[in-house]
Design a protein around this ligand. Sequence first.
Ligand SMILES: Cc1ncc(COP(=O)(O)O)c(C=O)c1O
Length: 400
Amino acid sequence: MGDLLDKFQPLIDQREALLSTGITDPFNLVMERVVSPTVAVCNGRETILLGTYNYMGMTFDPDVIAAGKQALDEFGSGTTGSRVLNGTYRGHRDCEDALKHFYAMDHAMVFSTGYQANLGIISTIAGKNDYIILDIDSHASIYDGCALGNANIVPFRHNDVEALEKRLKRIPEGAGKLVILEGVYSMLGDIAPLKEMVAVSKAAGAMVLVDEAHSMGFIGENGRGVAEAEGVIDDVDFIIGTFSKSVGTVGGFCVSNHPKFEILRLVCRPYVFTASLPPSVVATAATSIRKLMDGADKRAHLWENSKKLHAGLKALGFALGTDTPQSAIIAVIMPNLEQGAAMWEALLNEGLYVNLARPPATPANMTLLRCSLCAEHSSDQVDQILAMFTAAGRATNCIR
Ligand SMILES: Cc1ncc(COP(=O)(O)O)c(C=O)c1O
């Protein structure tokens, strides 16, 4: 009998080789205590968090916490049911209202995660004989949404408007077309040229879905994302987002102005065949989303942090994912996994946590140290972070 897990042997070997060097496992860290949105205790030591996607620092907001506690007291710990049966409480509707208000859109559908939002919306709206045209660097949840559905999949080169246009022109006349883009690409922290991409998609008669997971709350005048910043939000048919980043809890959603949108609640399997979010979670999400609408000062401070860290790392001689700061993610490119893991560990020993990212999550086989800034990082913390990068970079020979 063949062992079905044998196919993972190369990965097991690679992992064992890395850990045999005595390095701390970068994919097994425990946060023993969380002190604030920017500080946790790891391995018994206070550590600055620079890899949490907690962009707006909402996880410890007193109003958000109070709303969660109240919902826990009033509605219990969970719904034990699907949104279409016993799993829609007043709080789920309230959360969808908060999203509609935040995006100024007619419809909002809350899913149990952002992963499920992509899985559900993509697999449901693009069916047999339709075409999905997507950026090759799309998130795993987008690819998995494509895999769950029956549409034909046509990838194009990352952020290449001409390539998108060429692919669109080759699609048979009359076929349904869905272009899928992201506002911010989370591995390198670069943004999509949405103005041009939405224009060519619309000219070809395609519908457009934009995943704004990493831009919600931060980018755009009202924090609606890159589509807002680029002035094309009215031409986007579906926006996908998550509560697990700027909103500071867990959950996912799709917002839209499409007049037939509500029917999706009955036909979207990852919405129907799973339990809805606990009342405390939707209460924290709704409160957080409403507060993000007034987040202009936080947005401005987060931009300052992003610019300062980008300039500082560049001056130290690190290779970065973007020439200029484009989002709250700054990716430091490492020469290989071994050096990346060594630098990751050296930073942890200095008291700094960043995300180590490796293939297949990363484009072009890159090993990255991904830094995600928070609006609650003080300017002083950014100085400390740069000092830690200097010490760790020198200790591991990543910089001189
Ligand atoms: C672009 C993108 N879309 C969707 C998701 C999924 O979000 P969630 O954590 O809510 O499942 C992520 C999360 O990493 C993401 O980066």
